[in-house]
Design a protein around this ligand. Structure first.
Ligand SMILES: [Zn+2]
Length: 77
């Protein structure tokens, strides 16, 4: 198991909400698998999850909605 890059605390696997503020629209991805520091609350993502989040944001940013909410589990290919 990895340790927090900020405080070296223990990381626990937890689902979190990822929010991307693109200025003209906000994308919220719910229930993203992530590692959360039990000490400082720093959230980090695995490489695969980070790539998937980038894909989701790229796909959603062309939509005209101001706030888009998606569930991570619905987007995993
Ligand atoms: Zn920490």
């Amino acid at each position: 198991m990895n340790n927090c890059i900020v405080c070296k605390g223990d990381l626990e696997n937890r689902k979190t909400n990822f929010v991307a503020d693109l200025g003209n629209c906000i994308i919220i991805v719910k229930d993203v698998p992530s590692q959360v520091c039990s000490q400082c609350g720093e959230v980090s993502y695995s490489h695969e999850v980070a790539m998937q989040l980038e894909k989701i944001v790229n796909r959603m940013k062309d939509s005209l909605t101001e706030v888009a909410i998606v569930h991570y589990s619905n987007t995993a290919a």
